[in-house]
Design a protein around this ligand. Structure first.
Ligand code: ATP
Ligand code: MG
Length: 183
C-alpha cells in the first residue's frame, strides 16, 4: 500500500490547509522541536482509524482540533485525508474502483468523527479493516512513536507478541474472529 498524499486542515498545529506529496522511496521530515513532526505521524495514524485519544497525546479525541493560538481562534473541525495508490486495484470491493483511493476523516466539536472514501461516507470499521489488512493500520508497528523503542524492550511477552502479529499482518483475522464470536 503506497501513500501518495496527505492533506491536513485544522488538525493540531496544522491550522491552515496543508498538502504533502509523498514521493517514492524514503521520506524524511525534519524541523525544530515543536514544529509538528510528531503531529504529522499522528495525522496518519488518526486517518487510519485510531480511536484512542491517548495515542494522539490528548484527553479527548476533540483535542486534535486546532485549539487556538495567541493570534488565531480555535477551529471547529479537523480533517485529514490520505491518498493511496490503488492502480493495482488492491483496495477491497466496497471502496472505489479508481486509481487513487482517498480516505478522509473529519471530526467536528460535539459531533464526533465521520469517514469518507473518495467522497462517499464509510464506516470507521471499514477504514480500520482496510489498513489492518495492509498491515499499516493505526496500531501498526510500521509507525513507531517517539519513545516506543524503549517501551518495546521493556514490554511483557504478551504485548510484544501483539506487535509481532501486527507486523505479520494477521491482526485483521483476529479482529474478524472476535466479531464472529460476538455474533
Ligand atoms: P519534537 O522535535 O520535540 O519531537 P515535534 O516536531 O514532533 O517536536 P509536535 O509534537 O508534532 O512537534 O508538535 C507540537 C506542537 O503542536 C506544539 O507546539 C503544540 O502546541 C502543537 N499542538 C498540538 N496539539 C495542538 C492543538 N490541538 N492545537 C494547536 N496546537 C497544537
Ligand atoms: Mg516529536
Amino acid at each position: 500500500m503506497r501513500f501518495t498524499r496527505l492533506r491536513l486542515n485544522g488538525f493540531k498545529s496544522f491550522v491552515d490547509p496543508t498538502e504533502l506529496l509523498i514521493a517514492d522511496g524514503l521520506t524524511g521530515v525534519v524541523g525544530p522541536n515543536g514544529c509538528g513532526k510528531s503531529n504529522l505521524l499522528e495525522a496518519l495514524r488518526w486517518v487510519m482509524g485510531e480511536n484512542r485519544p491517548t495515542a494522539m497525546r490528548g484527553g479527548e479525541m476533540e483535542d486534535v482540533i486546532f485549539a487556538g493560538a495567541a493570534t488565531r481562534g480555535a477551529r471547529h473541525f479537523a480533517e485529514v485525508a490520505l491518498s493511496i495508490d490503488n492502480s493495482d486495484r488492491l483496495a477491497p470491493s466496497g471502496f472505489n474502483d479508481a486509481d487513487v483511493l482517498e480516505v478522509s476523516r473529519r471530526i467536528t466539536r460535539d459531533a464526533g468523527s465521520a469517514y469518507r472514501a473518495n467522497g462517499k461516507e464509510v464506516r470507521a470499521k471499514d477504514v480500520q479493516m482496510l489498513f489492518l489488512d495492509a498491515s499499516t493500520g493505526a496500531h501498526s508497528p510500521a509507525l513507531v512513536r517517539q519513545g516506543q523503542i524503549s517501551e518495546l524492550i521493556n514490554a511483557k511477552p504478551r504485548s510484544r507478541r501483539r506487535v509481532l502479529e501486527e507486523a505479520a499482518g494477521i491482526s485483521g483475522l483476529y479482529q474478524r474472529r472476535h466479531e464472529a464470536e460476538l455474533r
